[in-house]
Design a protein around this ligand. Structure first.
Ligand SMILES: Nc1nc2c(c(=O)[nH]1)N[C@H]1C(S)=C(S)[C@@H](COP(=O)(O)O)O[C@H]1N2
Ligand SMILES: [Mo]
Length: 521
């Protein structure tokens, strides 16, 4: 009776292979999409488009996720997550394809259609190129799946029907070779595509760059001579970068315009040449991200070159009922803040065209961004600026506000210990405790340091460049052997001491003193 037992183990190996075939086919489809997205003019990456869609569809209140998505590495995690989900679905389609190839192909078609719809949302992507890219991805996926499944599917010769289902060794080798080859080709295509997509904007030689402006001079004593301290002006390459764009928009300076509209006397549209021709000025401003944790590095001080925002607003004539100024980027991101904040003569909001003496880098908003002293980036510092809309505070909420972040967001007073580093072991004797402190644009008037349960000791602070910038601070410490906790707190230019009450970054910025533990040997 044994001989008539059904071959229960036979379907297993080919199912596993079919799952793998589906994944390989999905990789090939996505890779083809990356390459085509880079090569077809007016197209973009499908992976990025779907990632942006996922970011946009975040449910309000998912604050943790939102906090996470501010970060640069989390974008990578998101992309990997999308790729994994796609691979799982595709693995299922591979198995489906064993019995029902048409249904599997339809699955790839639907996935491609979702990618196409996501791509349509991308502001710099045009419909026909997006369609071409989606079709290339779909066709590649279906073709690779068919090819691999043909190797998986047992050749049904009537005499050996059950035996063949186990997939003989030489067929398995052929299948693995084909899969490996397809994966390698996908990796190359995706790598080439992605590096092309992420390439920096090449400015044509005639591109308007930076208007001439006299660099704001640093006052004597603006920088402390403490080895290893955070530089008073952060080099552009080290400057933090935060935005929702998976790949920075690449803006053509020749066709870019800035439109000022809404509650204005007359709508104004300016080209980059128009802006460059205006009187430019130059100022150092410290900008910060609301998601910066106490002691975090999402803050930096740069020298910005640009035009006075108020001069541009004056061209359009802001109507008195316009209580909110909204910046909109070429990729439809928005940030809004009270018009009164921009109009206060105590500060000088700008449309920045340059950073540290160079045209804005692509990652920091080329060709133009807003720099509004005193406000967190998410309500003010619109990069790749394309529109300034005058409206009311009630009529519109910027991108992050419906996601649970505060409507109005002045930068909170903070101080950070950079030396010695957290967990560092330092030799006993004189040790430099040093760092930076900021409260734009109230300024910093004092910084104090406390070791263990000791008293608050005044640190030396650098000569402030302005109230819009951070200062460096330094306290030489006679360190005795043992474990120590160092804390710091700042006092702003209005004499208000930084609170020790601790809050998370959401909804309006992290509060509390920065503390580090160090060992003295
Ligand atoms: N277009 C656009 N501008 C943007 C953002 C964005 O997501 N899109 N993020 C803002 C946030 S949250 C911050 S903190 C600053 C960061 O500017 P940086 O990347 O030049 O440091 O840019 C702001 N401008
Ligand atoms: Mo931010």
């Amino acid at each position: 009776m044994q001989a008539s037992a059904p071959p229960t183990t036979a379907p297993r190996p080919s199912r596993r292979a079919a799952f793998l075939a589906g994944i390989v086919a999905a990789c090939a489809a996505l890779a083809a999409g990356e390459l085509a997205g880079a090569l077809v003019p007016g197209a973009s990456s499908l992976v990025i488009a779907i990632g942006d869609l996922v970011i946009a569809l975040q449910p309000p209140g998912a604050k943790e996720l939102v906090v996470a998505l501010f970060g640069t590495w989390d974008k990578l995690a998101l992309e990997i997550g999308i790729a994994l989900a796609a691979a799982l679905i595709a693995g299922g389609l591979g198995i489906l394809g064993l019995r029902r190839p048409v249904a599997a192909a339809a699955g790839f078609l639907i996935a491609g259609a979702v990618g196409f719809l996501a791509a349509l949302r991308q502001p710099l992507t045009e419909p026909v190129p997006a369609l071409i890219v989606s079709l290339i991805a779909i066709v590649t996926g279906i073709a690779v799946l068919r090819l691999l499944l043909a190797l998986v599917r047992p050749r049904t010769r009537p005499a050996e029907e059950t035996a063949a289902a186990a997939m003989p060794d030489w067929e398995r080798r052929r299948f693995l070779l084909a899969s490996g080859g397809a994966l390698a080709a996908s990796a190359v295509a995706a790598g080439v595509g992605r590096s092309l997509l992420a390439r920096p904007a090449v400015l044509p030689p005639s591109a308007p760059g930076l208007p001439p402006a006299v660099a704001e001079a640093l006052p004597p004593g603006a920088a402390l001579e403490v080895p290893g301290i955070t530089p008073i002006v952060v080099p552009t390459a080290d400057f933090y970068r935060i935005d929702t764009a998976l790949i920075s928009p690449r803006v053509d300076p020749a066709t870019w315009t800035l439109r000022i509209h809404g509650m204005v006397e007359r709508e104004v549209t300016l080209t980059l040449d128009d802006l460059v021709a205006m009187p430019a000025f130059d100022q150092h401003v410290t900008i910060a991200c609301v998601s910066n944790e106490v002691g975090g590095r999402l803050v930096g001080n740069a020298r910005w070159t640009g035009v006075d925002l108020r001069e541009v607003l004056a061209m359009a004539g802001v109507r008195p009922e316009a209580t909110q100024l909204v910046g909109r980027s070429v990729d439809r991101w928005t940030a809004g803040f009270p018009t009164a904040w921009a109009m206060d003569p105590a500060r000088r909001p700008m449309i920045a065209l340059g950073m540290n003496g160079e045209p804005l880098p692509q990652d920091h908003g080329y060709p133009a961004r807003l720099i509004i002293p005193g406000l967190y980036g998410y309500v003010s510092a619109t990069k790749w600026l394309s529109e300034i809309e005058l409206t009311t505070l009630e009529a519109f909420d910027g991108y992050w506000v419906p996601l649970g972040w505060a409507k109005e967001a002045p930068i909170l007073t903070q101080a950070r210990i950079d030396l010695p580093r957290r967990g560092e072991t330092v030799p006993a004797g004189t040790v430099a405790i040093a760092g930076v402190a900021w409260a734009p644009d109230r300024g910093i008037s004092a910084v104090e340091v406390r070791v263990d349960d000791g008293p608050w000791l005044p640190a030396v602070i650098s000569e402030p460049i302005s109230r819009a910038t951070w200062v460096q601070w330094h306290l030489p410490w006679e360190a005795a052997q043992g474990e120590h906790t160092i804390a710091v707190r700042a006092t702003d230019g209005e004499g208000v001491v930084q609170t020790d009450e601790q809050t998370p970054p959401a909804p309006d910025g992290a509060r509390g003193h920065h503390e580090v533990r160090v060992s003295v040997a």
